[in-house]
Design a protein around this ligand. Sequence first.
Ligand SMILES: C[S@@+](CC[C@H](N)C(=O)[O-])C[C@H]1O[C@@H](n2cnc3c(N)ncnc32)[C@H](O)[C@@H]1O
Length: 261
Amino acid sequence: MVRASEIALNRELWALVNERFTGPAAAALWSRPEMGWGLYGVPERRLGVLGEVDGLDVLELACGTAYWSAWLTRAGARVVAVDLSMEQLTTARTLQRSTGPAFPLVQADAEHVPLASASFDLVLSEHGAAAWCDPEYWLPEVARVLRPGGLLVFLTNTVLSALCVPEDEGVATSSLQRGQRAAYHVRWPGGGAEFHPSHGDWIRLLRRFGFHIEALHELYAPQDAPDHPYYEIVSADWASQWPAEELWVARRTLEAVTHNG
Ligand SMILES: C[S@@+](CC[C@H](N)C(=O)[O-])C[C@H]1O[C@@H](n2cnc3c(N)ncnc32)[C@H](O)[C@@H]1O
């Protein structure tokens, strides 16, 4: 029940903050000519975590306005995009009409995905499930919907950035503001309920649910980057000194655990 109320809280939060994700900012992301990761758009071409996506069945979890799904569809993937928020999906649908391409949009909780088992080659989530969902639930769901050998790629805030954000929110400082255990499952005052596992936690969780970790990329802002217009987690100056975001690449093994416990 506690988790159900947190999910309801997060759904309400995203109904409110959706307005920041509409308009020219969302349209610009949909129109971007190349795929890029996170706040500073680190080019996928440079990291090369996805490989060839043409012809793959792809699930984007907690897709928001679904620009990753748009890019992947243009690259030849068959994409399904899932998000909890009807408001975010409505923005995505508007952009499908104005900018294209179209792909299926599903309103659902990433901890309980209403899609068939073993039906995807790639599951991707950028600032999505990793921060907003309980890894004890969303990781086994990913293991279930991925085909054996399929790839999970997710980007999230670093635990370091979560440790440095002050209690009243605002951008990360250069000092520790909370204990690492407290950051694992944190309820921001006036904000949502989030998860920020440490690297040790992620390794334990991914291995437990049957993933082989292939890479962890720590992403920095370029030296001259401006502050992000609407994400208020870190300043560009902070993110050029410490990694604000990290990108995990993990492959589903044959022995994946597809249920919790
Ligand atoms: C920051 S957006 C991620 C999308 C996009 N890549 C971005 O960076 O803007 C986070 C999304 O997670 C969604 N979300 C939060 N909790 C969720 C849940 N339990 N299941 C599915 N989506 C969820 C929110 O509705 C929101 O659209």
